[in-house]
Each structure stands twice: as C-alpha cells, then as structure tokens.
Ligand binder design. Structure first.
Ligand SMILES: *Cc1c(COP(=O)(O)O)cnc(C)c1O
Length: 228
C-alpha cells in the first residue's frame, strides 16, 4: 500500500470507529501528520482527499503550506518565539500553545497580518516531566487570559498521551475531555462558543481518543510510513 491507499484506509477506519461509538464521522477531523515526508508525500495524500495536514517544524510548514493553499495547516510542534511570525503566517490552527508569553507574541504576529489566530492549549495531563504542556489546573487561567487577546481565538485543548501504554492513554483522553468540559462551563458565553475542539490521538491510540470525544486525530505513521 502507498500513501493514497493508507490515507483512504484511515479515513474509512475513522468513520467505522465513529459508528461504533455512536458519533457522526463529520465530528472528527483526520489530520495527516506529514512531518516525515516531503511535498510529494503531501501531494499523494491530497490526491486521496486529505485536506488537513500537521507539521511540527516551522521550516516545513513554511515550505509546504504555500504549495497547498486549499489545505488546512496545523502546527503541532514546539514553539520558539523567533519563529512565531512564520508559524502564524502559515498555520490555520496552532495545537501546541503552552506559554503565555508565546500567546502574546502570537497575538502581535496575527495583528500584523490582520488575522485572528486559532489556537489550542496543550495540556500535560499525565504530568510526565519530559512532556510540554500546561498543568491541568493551570489551563483555566491560561485559557481565560488568552481570551482577552483580540487576535487569538482559543478553540480547545490538545494533549499527547504517553506512548506504549494504552490504558494510561485512555485515562489521559478521558481526563482531557473532562477538563475541556469544566473550562467550557467556566467561560464567558462569547468565548465558550469557540471552545469546541479536542485534539487527541495518534497512530497507535486514536481509536481510544475518538471514543473519548476527540474532534481531531493527528495521524502520521499509519498514513505516511511503509513500515507501520
Ligand atoms: C508526530 C506527531 C503525531 C503523529 O504521530 P504518529 O504516531 O506518527 O501518528 C501526532 N502529534 C504530534 C504532536 C506529533 O509530533
């Protein structure tokens, strides 16, 4: 199987898992994480119908996004202050915001471009020291402070579950969904209407994430790797 077939297969599987847990497939966006392939790989997935792509490096999103203007580009990587203008210029949604000072710079960069930047707050649900993301108890404050910036729109939460342990991943997804519900309930209605996204689940664990309410799954290897 090549990229086109694997993308098509993933799309079918997402619909099937949605059906199994009583969800409408239109509620779950499949993001093809193209960080390991070049422009040709993106083109193959695009050909198969992919319209959402995830990248974790500013250079890569800068290279690819302008070549696929009809796709939506998701920045899912580590944010460095000096790369924020490049990220904001190319990303439809930033999934990995976890520092207030980056939020301020994103607001400035978006203002300069006359756009409103959609962001998700990355949460370190399990508290692993090696992981980025805000602590669950900090998330309320971060969301409410970012909501005050006119050029930033907080659309929900994102997490990365620990690899290789599906039971812990499942708990992390359930906890993120619960946290999102509490934050949603605490928000001013004008901010709450936008706070609807849950970005969780990767190649190995996305099925659990969908069952726990993911609205976006970020799938890389299962689409782009020959050896997955
Ligand atoms: C690489 C990456 C993914 C995709 O992971 P796979 O296991 O290849 O599906 C998802 N989210 C983030 C943040 C990533 O860096």
């Amino acid at each position: 199987m090549g990229i086109e077939q694997r993308y098509a297969q993933a799309k079918i599987e997402v619909a099937k898992v949605c059906a199994d847990c009583g969800r409408d497939p239109s509620e779950v966006r499949l993001i093809a994480v193209s960080k390991t392939v070049g422009v040709e790989g993106v083109a193959e997935a695009f050909q198969a119908g992919a319209r959402d792509f995830g990248e974790n490096r500013p250079d890569r999103i800068l290279e690819k996004a302008p070549q696929f203007p009809d796709a939506r580009w998701h920045f899912i990587g580590n944010i460095q202050s000096r790369r924020i203008p490049d990220i904001v210029k190319n990303a439809d949604l930033i999934h990995s915001l976890s520092h207030m000072h980056h939020g301020e710079k994103i607001n400035q960069a978006a203002a300069a471009l006359g756009k409103i930047q959609d962001v998700l707050i990355e949460v370190n649900v399990t508290g692993e020291a090696s992981k980025s993301g805000v602590r669950p108890d900090e998330a309320f404050d971060v969301v409410s402070r970012l909501s005050a910036f006119p050029h930033v729109r907080v659309c929900g939460l994102m997490t990365m579950a620990p690899a290789g342990d599906l039971a812990t991943a499942d708990t992390a997804f359930a906890d993120l969904a619960e946290l999102a519900r509490s934050i949603h309930a605490s928000l001013d209605p004008k901010d709450a209407v936008h706070f609807t996204e849950l970005s969780m689940g990767m190649s190995d664990d996305w099925r659990l994430a969908v069952a726990r309410g993911a609205t976006m799954v970020r799938i890389g290897r299962a689409i782009f790797s020959d050896s997955y």
